[in-house]
Design a protein. Structure first.
Length: 254
């Protein structure tokens, strides 16, 4: 076997077992390959099967699925000077793979950092009552701001949710006392409204009864019946003087 044959075999072996595996790429449905040729970006490829030129082209794989970042607890002082500790969760995905590779070194770390600073900034401009009662509105504002800041990196932020709001013990006691006072106030208002409605109905009933004297007697008899049903007691039933006088006159005439 001469030298040329040996060289041909070596080259063929190198092409088949070294260069060919390096050139073949297969990406899943949710993956995209960002291709660089001699250091310059030339486009995206995938998903599926494709080939690149070994040592000339380089592929950086990007996952386009929605990712989650847990924003660690942040110490925040609200607009009304209440210290709180707040954490959140962030949902985002890569919308432009080439920007996520070219414009920022590590888009996961960068998105996490910008989320923390934005969380402190936005919550520092909100009052404690808004943070507790209007959390949905604050979530929307956080999503809008973070999405604008990460857009140059090819990142699309879909949802930002505040998870927990930790309040100091002294403030918790103050809020509990405030809530109890609010409940007492509402109870007194409800009782007063009930008394007002009852007095209005009593006034209407008094007007109706005053126009029909017989209604007073009927109501009187109904009351006696209720008393007799509820309690075993002796009831003195007064007889109207008009009825007695009428009876005496009739007897006298006879």
């Amino acid at each position: 076997m001469n030298l040329s044959v040996i060289i041909t075999i070596i080259v063929a072996f190198f092409l088949i077992f070294v260069l060919l595996p390096m050139s073949i790429k297969v990406l899943r449905e949710y993956e995209v390959g960002v291709i660089f040729r001699l250091g310059r970006y030339i486009g995206n490829r995938g998903p599926g099967f494709f080939m690149i030129i070994p040592f000339v082209e380089k592929m950086v794989k990007v996952d386009k699925r929605t990712k989650t970042i847990d924003v660690p607890p942040q110490d925040v002082i609200t607009k009304d000077n209440v210290p709180v500790k707040v954490n959140a969760v962030l949902y985002f995905r890569v919308s432009e793979p080439e920007k996520s590779i070219i414009e920022v070194e590590n888009y996961m770390f960068a998105t996490s950092q910008i989320s923390q600073t934005t969380l402190r900034s936005v919550l520092g401009q909100a009052e404690l009552d808004d943070l507790l009662a209007r959390r949905e509105k604050i979530n929307e504002e956080l999503q809008r701001i973070i999405d604008q800041l990460t857009d140059p990196w090819g990142i699309k932020v879909s949802v930002v949710e505040i998870k927990d709001v930790e309040i100091p013990q002294s403030m918790q006691r103050a809020l509990a006392a405030q809530a109890e006072a609010e409940r007492d106030r509402r109870a007194k208002i409800i009782n007063a409204e009930g008394e007002l409605q009852a007095s209005e109905k009593l006034l209407e009933a008094a007007k109706i009864i005053s126009e029909a004297p017989a209604a007073i007697q009927l109501r009187y008899l109904q009351t006696l019946r209720e008393i007799a049903t509820e309690q075993n007691s002796t009831i003195l039933f007064p007889i109207p003087m008009d009825l007695i006088n009428t009876t005496i006159d009739r007897l006298t005439r006879k």
